[in-house]
Design a protein around this ligand. Sequence first.
Ligand SMILES: [Fe+2]
Length: 148
Amino acid sequence: MFYSVYGDILPLRVLEEISFWKLQEKEHALLLINSFVGLEPIYVDTLEQWAIDFEETEETSNDYLRAYGQSTLEEMYTIEELTPFIKYCFDESNAFIQFLAEMINNSIIVETLRFAPILTDHVIRESKYFIDITTSIITGEDIDFVIE
Ligand SMILES: [Fe+2]
């Protein structure tokens, strides 16, 4: 059982959060490609694939949101029904975080760029923030998270 101040519109609130952050993650993937000049092709290709994946997830979330616009309250997806999709979104962000950590440790090019760790840390932190804030919205816990 979930407690949330959002009541019946909780699924809507969660989907809005997902759409927003999946767009951010897509932009982050593209930002890293453009910032890390000379990055090894394997990482460029993988980041391009991440951008495509995040766009698809955002689009799925937007499809759900559009469906709400056409439904009555009884027909709306419940948060329980959306749980597999929400879990997919979290798993995707966690896999992105893992990939970035691996890239920062193994890329020769990234190692030569002084600003690379700061930028990558920012991207990792925001994906973590997406998971934390969305979890907090669902569980109704107080949000105590400082974003740097
Ligand atoms: Fe950002």
